[in-house]
Design a protein around this ligand. Structure first.
Ligand SMILES: *Cc1c(COP(=O)(O)O)cnc(C)c1O
Length: 482
């Protein structure tokens, strides 16, 4: 399988190249040149890690299948406690695909437990010997998932920058207690934008690049536009479908709908790949919070980021530019010049409009909806009181939207975070008293619902803090040069 740029079909590279490079030279994203065919009959009884290896083999054709099998077992075996791809029935015809049973209790573990291994191997495949330094600006989940994925790998180190007053107590401790010799964590004075702007500046700083190059170090990012982060997410759509078929919840070959709490459009796009590979996917429902730029786009064909940005109780979906949408635009149009033009318009004017044919092609597979914080809180309450199912605010947005977009097909909601990562918001939604500390809130949540907190989250209270350095945004550069 070869990969090309969404903005120029003449740029063609191998999967290893695509993963090492991240972005294409023209600022576009790498996309596979074809959709490989799934072997549904052959795959339906595989365990999660074996299924992951089969799916990845079709896309990462310059990796040895044996390597992929080993990497998938390391990533999705013990680390997920046997619960990779776990599907929970919530009500008749309604299911939750619980993607938070990984080491950091975030769905990003699916990508970030595997992608670091893919990067190390890609460098070997390409005979590259330089040291890679990963810089991450994070508002929470990505930082910990990336630290956990890159910790201890050879030829790579990682520095994570989070806003001093922008994460929850749990998220901060998840990062501050990270073990490993090749990791560093910094709190940056200010909000997420301050941290992100600081890191972006370092990436664009030619002098930094030169100083690091002299030491044979190359900067790289762990963000979600890398093909190595997207590909692993295709797997759980297949796995969930097979579990529904196994339980008799769907007749083999008949469609299943998926509703996905969406931010950067990576998770839901993986479902589109699964569909194009032959999985019977009905509707892919794009669920947004109050930052509903995607809802408007899928309804009208106009993508307009010129709007107010809201902070919500589902922070990982607080995004105005959903980068991975560019891949979908390429796949439905097959027209690199058109995609390049729209992306140019987005960056210069903040808005673009797709033609009716393109919008119709998108709407053939996608539906959409949005829910505000109050509706999400109400949904947490409803899910628990009616179905005794406890979910976090991100997942609640998706349950709300799923309810508005039901067809005759069974519906699978992708559950992207453990409710215990947001114990205070969840308690409030349930109408319970909310204690000041996250840990007291976790315990109160268990007491009132009978649900257990993931062990790794509960254990944070007593783990030694390794990183407590607070730096100014202008010191990010020095930290990156360490
Ligand atoms: C990252 C994230 C999302 C959004 O996923 P995208 O691939 O960016 O659309 C949703 N929920 C949670 C909890 C996340 O961490």
């Amino acid at each position: 399988m070869q990969y090309q740029s969404t903005r120029n079909h003449a740029t063609v590279v191998s999967s290893s190249e695509a993963i090492v490079r991240g972005l294409t030279p023209d600022g576009g994203l790498f996309v596979p040149q074809a959709f490989p065919a799934a072997d549904l009959e052959g795959w339906k009884n595989l365990r999660y890690p074996d299924l992951a290896a089969k799916v990845l083999e079709l896309y990462l054709t310059d990796y040895a299948p044996e390597f992929l099998r080993r990497a998938a077992h390391e990533a999705y075996g013990e680390a997920f406690g046997g619960k990779a791809g776990q599907v929970q029935k919530v009500a008749d015809g309604l299911f939750s695909l619980e993607l938070w049973h990984g080491p950091t209790s975030a769905f990003k573990d699916y990508a970030l437990q595997l992608m670091p291994k893919l990067l190390v191997q890609a460098k070997k495949n390409l005979n590259r010997t330089e040291h890679t330094r990963i810089l991450v600006a994070t508002s929470g989940d990505t930082g910990k998932a990336a630290l956990a994925g890159y910790a201890g790998l050879e030829g790579i180190d990682i520095a994570v920058f989070y806003p001093n007053d922008g994460t929850s107590e749990i998220q901060r401790l998840q990062m501050a207690t990270q073990t490993g010799d090749n990791v560093a964590v910094y709190a940056v004075q200010g909000n997420f934008d301050d941290a992100q702007t600081g890191v972006k500046k370092v990436f664009g700083d030619a002098d930094v690049a030169e100083q690091l190059a002299a030491r044979d170090i190359r900067l790289s990012s762990a963000n979600s536009i890398n093909w190595g982060r997207l590909a692993p997410q295709i797997v759980y759509y297949f796995y969930a479908y097979f579990r529904l078929a196994e339980q008799g919840a769907v007749e083999w070959g008949k469609p299943v709908d998926f509703c996905v709490p969406t931010g950067n459009f990576g998770d839901i796009l993986a479902g589109y790949y699964a569909k194009r590979m032959g999985l019977p996917v009905g509707r892919l429902v794009c669920a947004s919070n109050r930052n509903n730029v995607l809802t408007d786009f899928i309804r009208t064909g106009v993508y307009d980021k010129r709007r107010e940005f809201y902070k919500t109780t589902s922070p990982s979906m607080d995004i105005l530019i959903s980068s991975n949408l560019e891949r979908l635009l390429y796949h439905v149009t097959g027209d690199d010049a058109k995609v390049a033009r729209w992306m140019q318009e987005l960056s210069t004017t903040g808005v673009y409009k797709v033609d009716d044919t393109t919008l119709a092609a998108i709407r053939e597979s996608f539906d959409c909806g949005c829910a505000g914080d109050d509706e999400a809180a109400d949904q947490i309450h409803t899910c628990f009181t009616e179905d005794h199912y406890l979910c976090d605010p991100h997942t609640a947005v998706a349950f709300r939207v799923a309810g508005q977009c039901r067809t005759d097909a069974p519906m699978v909601v992708l559950s992207t975070a453990s409710p215990f990562k947001f114990p205070r918001d969840v308690l409030a939604a349930l109408g319970e008293a909310v204690p000041d500390s996250d840990f007291a809130a976790m315990k109160a949540l268990t007491a009132s619902t009978g649900c257990e907190a993931p062990k790794a989250l509960a254990a944070l209270e007593t783990l030694p803090v390794r990183f407590d350095t607070v730096i100014a945004p202008e010191d990010i550069r020095a930290a990156a040069l360490k």
